[in-house]
Design a protein around this ligand. Structure first.
Ligand code: C5P
Length: 248
């Protein structure tokens, strides 16, 4: 791999910083030093380390996906989106299940923040379709949505596109169908990535890094296969290598 391709690939790999505190997250960041990957901050870390830690990541030069999956009444989501945009993140998300009014309100929140602070970065706003831990039985019997998971995901993705958002979080199994339904520019961010031979943990609908990239994922999200690895840097480099092979 050349250094340019490594950087481009690393920007498509989102490392899930699923840690209880900023000290542990910093430890992983130190181990991954030199790899310009995207950093994903979820609720566990954000509720402990807060905006200061997000700003620290930005000052270190990382792209940041703030994965807080907002789902509330439109006015509250609009205000939340405004606050998140002011943090200067590169991407954040809401639940598509909140409906089109809620998703449009998130976009209004972004616009209001940008109008008040024109130098801010415009974040990508994406929606969660079905969590990658949800299987069809759970979706049909517990959540009450009939049909297949793929049909539900496509319907949510179309709703998300109509509401003016930039893309969706979905299983890598659905990335290709989402692109077909919503267009090539509609972003697909896919967790549920497991390198061959690694544990599935609580993910139900998984693909390997190479399969996900070949299948149309714009960004892959990887947590435990990196964070729980004996050598996280080596695990990350292997994933980048698999992504590179899939593109060549
Ligand atoms: O450890 P693992 O690779 O399973 O981590 C996946 C990450 O992606 C976690 O941070 C999880 O919260 C997140 N995620 C997900 N499914 C979604 C949206 C986000 O697994 N639909």
């Amino acid at each position: 791999m050349t250094s340019i391709s490594t950087t481009q690939l690393a920007q498509r790999l989102m490392v899930a910083l699923d840690y209880p505190d900023d000290t542990s997250a910093r430890e992983l960041i130190r181990k991954l030093e030199g790899i310009p990957c995207y950093m994903k901050v979820g609720m566990q870390l954000f509720y402990q380390a807060g905006p200061t830690f997000v700003q620290e990541l930005k000052s270190l030069g990382y792209s940041v996906f703030l994965d807080l999956k907002m789902h509330d009444i439109p006015n509250t989501v609009k205000s939340g989106a405004n606050s998140i945009t002011r943090l200067g993140v590169d991407m954040f998300n809401v639940h598509a299940a909140g409906g089109s009014a809620m998703m449009s309100a998130a976009m209004q929140g972004v616009e209001e923040a940008l109008a008040a602070h024109p130098l801010l970065n415009r974040p990508w706003v994406i929606a969660v379709t079905q969590l990658t831990s949800t299987n069809q039985q759970t979706m049909n019997q517990e959540i009450g949505i009939p049909g297949t998971v793929e049909d539900a995901v496509i319907r949510y993705a179309q709703l998300t596109a109509q509401a003016g958002l930039n893309g969706v979080v979905a299983s890598p199994l659905e990335a290709e169908a989402i692109k077909k339904a919503c267009g090539a520019d509609f972003l697909t961010v896919t967790p549920g990535i497991r390198p061959a031979g690694s544990a599935a943990d609580d993910q139900s609908r998984t693909k390997t890094p190479g399969e996900a990239i070949s299948g149309g994922s714009d960004y892959i999200v990887v947590g435990r296969p990196i964070t729980a690895a004996a050598d996280p840097k080596e695990a990350t480099l292997q994933i980048l290598e698999q992504m590179s092979q899939a593109l060549n």
